[in-house]
Design a protein around this ligand. Structure first.
Ligand SMILES: [Zn+2]
Length: 278
């Protein structure tokens, strides 16, 4: 993809779908940050309808669907209304200083009496799509969160990288960083740390280069959380050597340096409490 005249284009030169929102300010954006959100809605269509409704004082620059589809609502040099009352690094009112991306996602989920998870608007979200984790702003309370899809995260990573480079943005933050008492989006299901380290190069290089070993039989999974499936080789035996290549909270993405059950070149996510540096 590419950006030209503050509009996003596909590789084949076609602009992404554009539905203009009237919910913009008249003054120019002074871009410094990329702010990530979830829609807490049912679909891209419902989000676009809301964010282009003149009676709703809300908008963003982009909405990205669970299938990886993208809708742009305003040019990237316009001030859109996605941050609300907010502050970050000495700035107040981040709409003036940021580009906003809304990800189609049901957001924080509620548990029904039968144990199933549902969105606030009633739809059941199947267990395989749910991460059970506390929010960093409320660390003692576990909630359910709808997972983002791999297609959605892949395209979002590509677009975030383009925006950071084109507008020389300083950082990628969540709505829950800049308005922590009001907001929980994009929440723990969004891999913020790996986005930041991939795009901004913030990985802890000292930790990256170190070698670790498992301190117990340890499950290894496809993603950073117990709701991700275990790899076939799981559990790793105690004492297996690892290198850490990515970090998401307490979860570490590791390359396994030893052969396990006849398998080599194993990579996956493990809980960081059960590895130690050697
Ligand atoms: Zn938000």
């Amino acid at each position: 993809m590419k950006i030209e005249n503050h509009r996003l284009y596909e590789d084949d030169g076609q602009p992404v779908e554009f539905t203009r929102t009237p919910n913009v300010s008249s003054y120019a954006l002074q871009p410094q940050y990329l702010v990530m959100h979830y829609t807490a809605g049912r679909s891209v269509k419902s989000a676009v309808n809301t964010l282009t409704n003149p009676r709703v004082s809300a908008s963003a620059h982009l909405v990205i669907g669970r299938d990886g589809s993208v809708v742009q609502l305003a040019e990237f040099n316009k001030v859109t209304w996605h941050a609300g009352r907010s502050s970050w690094q000495g700035l107040n009112g981040l709409n003036k200083y940021s580009i906003g991306i809304e990800l189609d996602n049901a957001g924080k989920l509620e548990k029904s009496q039968d144990g199933s998870w549902h969105a606030w608007y009633g739809d059941v979200i199947e267990d395989a799509q749910v991460l059970e984790a506390p929010h960093k702003n409320y660390p003692s309370i576990p909630y359910g969160w709808q997972l983002y899809t791999p297609e959605q995260l892949l395209i979002t990573l590509e677009i975030a990288e383009l925006l950071v480079n084109e507008y020389n943005l300083k950082d990628i933050v969540g709505h829950d960083d800049i308005a922590p008492r009001r907001k929980t989006d994009p929440g723990p299901a969004f891999p913020m740390e790996s986005f930041r380290s991939r795009i901004l190069g913030r990985a802890d290089t000292e930790e990256d280069e170190a070698t670790y070993r498992t301190t117990a039989n340890l499950n290894i999974r496809t993603g950073p959380g117990t709701s991700y499936p275990k790899l076939d080789v799981a559990p790793l035996p105690k004492g297996v050597r690892l290198e850490v290549v990515d970090i998401e909270g307490i979860w570490k993405m590791v390359n396994v340096l030893d052969e396990v059950k006849g398998e080599v070149d194993i990579s996956g996510w493990v809980h960081g409490n059960y590895i130690e540096q050697i």
